[in-house]
Design a protein around this ligand. Structure first.
Ligand SMILES: Nc1ncnc2c1ncn2[C@@H]1O[C@H](COP(=O)(O)OP(=O)(O)OP(=O)(O)O)[C@@H](O)[C@H]1O
Ligand SMILES: [Mg+2]
Length: 317
């Protein structure tokens, strides 16, 4: 139960998936509320798609429970599937069918009667900006149009819950923005959305983020709170020419726990209170390097991602 006394739309408790001897998803526990956009982040192989497939009633769990829209994913997967829309990581369109045929196919899968299908097909074509393209083979559409058609097919039956697995991979930045406008519209109308992405700008649009690494949930909070709290280290940004050499030098400085390239800068993570900008600058100068600047900077979502992924790997090892 949440604060308002309502059941969460997605409730996950101890959810686990083991393939052979490999634990892909490890005792996940989180809830998602109605109308929330919940971002699922984590490195390749972290277990995001496996979790989504279990929550969609497409893959049984090894242990733990979850309810989606009030239905148990293991006991009632058919009811779960009727209540959700799912956009898989590789868009599940039929490339050798036309736009209209794809929509009709998914309409059949969701059991829409003819008049409703006609009405919804029109709505989906308009929403996806596919007017005039109804007779084009899906495989000949641009990446952005394929993506919007895939979303359209996933919401054909107006599901209250949507699972979107990397819906914007391979789509240009302007089309990604347009796509997120659609997502935010749906959430505004009460649709609950769980979405995975590797784009940090998109993660910022999420109400909350669950960060998964090595199958485990290693952080769960709003983007602002993750930036503020998830990394318990001080971050310094170093600007200089020879980043590779600087990285080796800096990693030998006591108190430094990690470094990463950040655009044209080097990011240096230090144990709290153990580093100073002057100290880092001095260490580099003593190594014969010309430093343009060293400054303490706030943790960005990308920094948090990098550190959470690393600490998740260490914990799982
Ligand atoms: N059917 C399967 N049999 C064995 N291992 C599997 C199976 N499906 C997934 N895995 C493994 O489980 C782990 C998690 O995979 P998953 O696809 O869930 O990761 P992901 O977080 O979605 O990664 P990505 O960001 O690359 O999409 C990977 O190591 C993957 O190889
Ligand atoms: Mg995946």
């Amino acid at each position: 139960m949440n604060r308002e006394g309502k059941e969460p739309v997605i409730a996950v408790d101890g959810l686990t998936k083991v393939f052979g001897r490999f634990t892909a998803v490890d005792r996940l526990r989180f809830n998602v509320e109605r109308g929330e956009i919940f971002g699922f982040l984590g490195p390749n192989g972290a277990g995001k798609s496996t979790t989504i497939r279990m929550l969609c009633g497409l893959l049984s769990s090894t242990a733990g429970t979850a309810t989606v829209g009030g239905y148990d994913i293991n006991r009632d997967p058919e009811a779960v599937r009727q209540n959700i829309g799912y956009m898989s990581q590789k868009f599940s369109l039929y490339k050798d069918l036309t736009v209209a045929e794809n929509i009709a196919f998914f309409g059949g899968v969701y059991g829409l009667a003819r008049p409703r299908l006609r009405e919804r097909a029109g709505a989906v074509v308009r929403l996806a900006g596919l007017d005039g393209l109804e007779d084009r083979l899906a495989g000949t559409l641009s990446g952005a149009h394929q993506q919007r058609l895939a979303l359209g097919c996933a919401i054909l039956h107006e599901p209250p819950i949507l699972f979107l697995d990397e819906p914007t991979s391979g789509v240009d930045p302007i089309s990604r923005r347009h796509f997120w406008d659609l997502i935010q519209d749906l959430a505004g109308r009460g649709v609950t959305i769980l979405v995975t992405t590797h784009f940090m700008d998109e993660a910022e649009f999420c109400g909350r983020i669950g960060f998964i690494s090595g199958g485990r949930l290693v952080a769960l909070d709003t983007p602002a709170a993750i930036k503020r709290d998830a990394v318990r280290e001080d971050l310094y940004e170093v600007s200089l020419a020879d980043m590779q050499r600087a990285r080796e030098r800096v990693e030998a400085v006591p108190g430094v726990v990690a470094t990463s390239y950040f655009g044209r800068h080097l990011h240096v993570f230090g144990r709290p209170g153990e580093l100073t900008a002057e100290g880092l600058g001095r260490a580099l100068a003593e190594g014969g390097m010309t430093v343009n600047s060293v400054e303490r900077v706030p943790v960005s979502l990308e920094d948090a991602f990098i550190r959470l992924a690393a600490t998740g790997r260490e914990a799982a090892a």
